[in-house]
Design a protein around this ligand. Sequence first.
Ligand code: SIN
Length: 320
Amino acid sequence: MSTTALKVRELPVEQQIRIQPQSGYTGALVTGVNLTKPLSTDQIATIRGALNKWGVVYFRDQHLNHAQHIAFGRQFGDVTPGHPYEGDGAPTGFPEIHTVSPDAYRKRYGEHYRKQEGSNGPGWHADVTPLINPPAYSILRAETVPDFSGDTHFTNVAAAYRGLSRPVRDLIDHLRAEHRFGSSQSAERSNEKIGEWVRNKPLASIHPVVRLHPDTGEKVIYVNPSFTRQIVGVSPRESRHILDLLFEHLANPVYTDRFRWEPGSIAFWDNRAVLHLAPRDFEHLDVQRILHRITLVGDIPIGPDGLRSTSIEGEPFLAA
Ligand code: SIN
């Protein structure tokens, strides 16, 4: 018997790490770990394994402060600044923290930006894909959440790729697409803060429509309705039809999971394996929803043809 197995057997049951899948393809609950403390090598390997299989892992009752949140993330990679468009919005002393709340978004982007539905419909996305090296992982922790509403949805882009027919997979394996912050031209024309950001600090890259996951080697669909503006090298009409087909397919409930937040909950996802959808169902309620996110430095995507993404505008997003 291995020393690991012996050690696990000696631990009380509530301290043994367990992975409980939450849906057929996406999301697993991790129990038996205390994220305020450094993790063991075995615990890190177990969490990485669960991320590779389920795309996103969830934790409950982990009441981390900003420093503990960043320390937890550093065990899995280098932590980036909170967001390329953070401005001075990060909490004092913690440039790595990106606060997610209606108030924080209003300050960062302007009054109306988040309230408009994007031209591609609901805003499924991986974080900041207009960057040449979009964040590999995101770790979101709940501070204040409503008693009901405000759930986050995830969808598994490797399973979604496998769910396409062979001819469509063959077609998209060879395509590339432009990802741009402010994927609709209205953001560029806006006289709110978002307009200033995208005009003064534009972010755009060309990524393969299918990328190889750097750890699992799986092919994943790598377009999203929030940031993908167009497929390159095809007509605008062809681009529209191909993207609509993929956006609709990615949102098929077959591939999704829905996470109910509680104070102290954490969702830790792989932006190369899942897209997520921030909730809009609490905005008309008189409730507070405040979460904090960090992201870990990502790699430059590589397509099935071995070609890397190329930058149009913007710098690589490196450690804070
Ligand atoms: C995000 O897009 O990172 C935020 C997700 C959420 O608000 O649930």
